[in-house]
Each structure stands twice: as structure tokens, then as C-alpha cells.
Design a protein around this ligand. Structure first.
Ligand SMILES: [Zn+2]
Length: 357
């Protein structure tokens, strides 16, 4: 993983406009012209999102006199980015729109950054904070990497489409936001023990966002546009906290390191936010905080909180816990320089994530 700069950011990059409403995809063209986006629109979709939104985005743009081109990618891989590269190579008069839950947005964001083009995010699900953040997660040579990228200039979230997305995606988005709790605790710890620069604003915004989701856990339901709206706002707010910090610190700590370790170990890794949710329960336990409150909120949201619930072995959880600190050694967290196998078994058992022998 690339390291985030520990220096204070001199430029905080954030979206210029965020639209969250029913049938927002019909207004993509209007919004792009209101914010003076010029040239040809390259629309990056995957097979599912081209059906549910890509074509509507394209006709909205055509209605506002834009030339459009749709490209359907397979995954967020280097190969996909090369295909989009070809479409924009030498054509600086273009901007890129990512239409998707995650992968098309990552690819669009990454290619736009590389070619210095504007990037518009049209999320079709609220499954993680990448929909508005300035990082792209791309698989390079078969390994997932988190790469600095530009923030979207516009975020256009259609609550009707997002409410229609599978329930697990919304739950994953909520859990990704709840993970801000332990991310901020880790950051504070590193500030105290290692003198790491710390932003009160970024930390407060990140924590408040997590609190909003935690307190509303019982009211957030899949297939409701109001819930989609609340979760999209929280994900955007998390991204803004990262923009203020100039790093992912406010929204990514030991629980994210655990999630990345599990990604590498599990045969079929669960959704990003779901892994982070389970990581947050265990890291909160290690911090000596109220881990039960985290677990109860996740349960209310409908998130699985056990190894069997996410379809991995107990051993995978223990191994991920002992390897997590090595994912990003320069980022100091409650995991320090690693925890023993016995300690890992204890935290996983005490929090009920694994059943134990
Ligand atoms: Zn995350």
C-alpha cells in the first residue's frame, strides 16, 4: 500500500457539488453544463450499471448537447484502466464519469487523475466511502492497491437507484462509516505516542458522521430512498473528513488493516464495509471502548458480525488479526507492531466473532 503523506495538506480537494435525489441520473447533463464541464463525456460502467444507469446518464448528457461514449469494464484492474486510457489518450477535451457501486468509479477516478481530466461520480450503491473520496482502489498485477487520486468534481447520487441496490451494499456502506470510530481512536493514539500530525476538524467530522449512522441504525432500512439519502450523505461526509486531513487517517485505521489482511487470506472475501464492521468491533475491544455498542448497531443494521456470518473460517479471522499490522506498517494503530496469536484468539472469541474450540 502507498503511504499517505504525513504532512499537512496545502490543498484540500473536495467535490464542487453533491446532488442526492430521486431520478438524479436524468439531471447529469444539466448539472455538468451548469458546472461548465466541456467536451466529450466518457462514461465508465460495468455490465450491471450500464443497464441500470449508464444509458440514462448517456441520454441525459446527449440532451444537454454532449458527445458521449460508454465503456463497459470487467473489474477495477490495471487492464480496465488501459482500456479507458485509450479512449482519452491525446483528447484533453474530455471528462470522465464513473457509474457504479465501486469498480467503475475507481477506474474513472484513476484514469481522470492520470490524464488531468475532470471526474464525475455517479454512485449506484452506497457501499463504501470511495464514492466521493480522493483515493482509487485498483488491482495492479493481481494485487489491490489504494492510490491517491482526485476527488470527483460532482457527485450525483440517484436515491431511487441506490434504494433498489442489494441490501448488503447499503449495510456495507453503513459499516464503513461506523469504522471511523476506531480509525479516529488509532489516529489519536498515534498522535500521542508518535507525534503524528492530527486534525481536530477532520477527526470531529469523521466521528460525528459515524455517530449519526450508529444512532440511526434502527431506522436505516434497505429499499427506502430516505435511508439511501442518509447513507450517501454520511459517505460524502467521511470523504470530506479525509480531504481535510489530507490522508485517509480519519476513516481508516486498524479495522481497515484487518479488512485488507482478510481480503488476502479469505478464499471469498466479504464486502469491504462488512469486513471493516467486524474489524471495528474487535479493535474497539482492544482500545478498551464500548465494542458492544458497535456490535449492537451493526446487528440492528443487519450486518453479519461473526466469522460464519461472513463465510470465512475462524482461522482466517485469527490470521488476519495477527497479520493486519503489517499491511501498513507506517500507520501506527492499536495493533502496534503486531499482536500474538493468543491475543488474537482472545479478542475474536470475547467479542463473539469466532466460536473458539
Ligand atoms: Zn473503507
Amino acid at each position: 500500500m502507498e503511504s499517505d503523506s504525513f504532512e499537512r495538506p496545502s490543498v484540500m480537494e473536495m467535490p464542487r457539488a453533491v446532488m442526492i435525489k430521486s431520478d438524479a441520473v436524468e439531471e447529469v447533463g444539466q448539472l455538468c453544463s451548469r458546472y461548465h464541464l466541456k467536451g466529450r463525456a466518457v462514461i465508465v460502467c460495468d455490465r450491471t450499471t450500464s443497464e441500470i444507469a449508464g444509458r440514462r446518464v448517456s441520454s441525459s448528457l446527449e440532451g444537454s448537447d454532449y458527445d458521449t461514449e460508454i465503456i463497459v469494464i470487467e473489474g477495477a484492474t490495471d487492464v480496465s484502466t488501459w482500456a479507458v486510457d485509450e479512449l482519452v489518450e491525446g483528447r484533453s477535451n474530455s471528462f470522465i464519469i464513473g457509474v457504479g457501486g465501486g469498480r467503475p468509479i475507481d477506474v474513472a477516478k484513476y484514469v481522470a487523475t492520470r490524464h488531468d481530466l475532470d471526474f464525475v461520480s455517479v454512485p449506484t450503491a452506497a457501499s463504501h466511502d470511495g464514492i466521493a473520496s480522493s483515493r482509487a482502489s485498483i488491482e495492479m498485477d493481481g494485487r489491490k492497491k489504494s492510490i491517491p487520486a482526485r476527488s470527483p468534481i460532482l457527485v450525483i447520487a440517484d436515491t431511487r437507484i441506490i434504494a433498489d441496490s442489494p441490501k448488503e451494499l447499503l449495510v456495507s456502506g453503513c459499516a464503513d462509516v461506523i469504522s471511523n470510530y476506531t480509525a479516529v481512536l488509532d489516529w489519536k493514539l498515534s498522535k500521542r505516542l508518535k507525534g503524528e500530525p492530527f486534525s481536530e476538524y477532520a477527526a470531529a467530522l469523521s466521528e460525528m458522521t459515524a455517530k449519526m449512522i450508529l444512532q440511526r441504525a434502527g431506522a436505516i432500512k434497505p429499499h427506502l430512498e430516505e435511508s439511501a439519502r442518509v447513507v450517501v450523505k454520511a459517505l460524502v461526509s467521511s470523504s470530506v473528513s479525509m480531504s481535510i486531513a489530507g490522508s485517509t487517517r480519519p476513516a481508516s485505521g486498524s479495522e481497515h488493516m484487518f479488512a485488507h489482511a482478510l481480503d488476502m487470506i479469505a478464499r471469498k472475501p466479504p464486502l469491504h464495509g462488512i469486513e471493516c464492521g467486524i474489524g471495528t468491533i474487535m479493535m474497539m475491544y482492544l482500545h478498551g471502548g464500548d465494542w458492544r455498542q458497535i456490535r449492537d448497531a451493526l446487528v440492528l443494521l443487519g450486518a453479519p458480525v461473526t466469522a460464519s456470518g461472513i463465510g470465512v473460517n475462524d482461522e482466517d479471522i485469527v490470521e488476519a488479526l495477527t497479520k493486519a499490522h503489517g499491511i501498513r506498517p507506517e500507520r501506527y494503530t492499536i495493533l502496534g507492531d503486531g499482536i500474538t496469536r493468543a491475543a488474537a484468539e482472545k479478542v475474536a472469541m470475547e467479542t463473539g466473532v469466532i466460536e473458539g474450540p
